[in-house]
Design a binder for this molecule. Sequence first.
Ligand SMILES: [Ca+2]
Ligand SMILES: [Ca+2]
Length: 257
Amino acid sequence: MKTAVPQRLTFSNGFTLTEMAVVLVIVALLIAGLVIPFSAQQDIRARQETERMLSDIREALLGYAAANGRLPCPATAASNGLEDPVGGGVCTSAHGGFLPSGTLGIAPINSNGFAVDTWNQPIRYAVSNSNASAFTTANGMRAATITVLAPDLQVCPGQVASPVSNAGAANATCNGTALSTTAVAVIYSLGRNGGTGGAGTDESHNPNPNSGVAADRAFISHLETPSSAPQGEFDDVVIWLSPNILYSRLIAAGQLP
Ligand SMILES: [Ca+2]
Ligand SMILES: [Ca+2]
């Protein structure tokens, strides 16, 4: 059966310039909507990759401790990828060094021997030097005994004015609730802006030392924030080693008690 087309419906032979302009604007908006999330996705992937690297490094540190009965000292600019001093003991820069990638056998590394994050910046590593450097001295933890050991690295949540009290001092602690007050080691990346150094207030507490005081033992860790945030831009990726995980691995390996 043939359907009758109402007479008032008529068809033109093309699009007007106005119609084309409207279509182009809509297409441009759709493309912009796709492009911005894509760059954001790349950044998320880079952060996730760095988080995975840091977790692997924490695992390598635990393996090193199980084999050697101690954690390695951080590397320094002078030692390149090796712990400083080699053989452990009192670390040259317990709170302000780099990951000793050569000592741990971690890759990829840059031309100076430092393990690098997704943004090609050296990965940082700090270790507690409490109990007369027991954590980095061969058999130091066994000699001190678990009940006496008191690792003292502080991880603060930041995002408040003065997140760290006595910043830079030997007794630097978190203002408010800390994420950890007993971290044995802190492993971190300075994030996407690590090459230029972030300008945010929270980022100023990483890397150590803050204000040139090598004893500074406080770090900041929270989700990424833009420069418009109260404490400024923050993109560092920070993880830490709990003493309970370390002790459990050392007991399993026969290095403790
Ligand atoms: Ca940063
Ligand atoms: Ca600090």
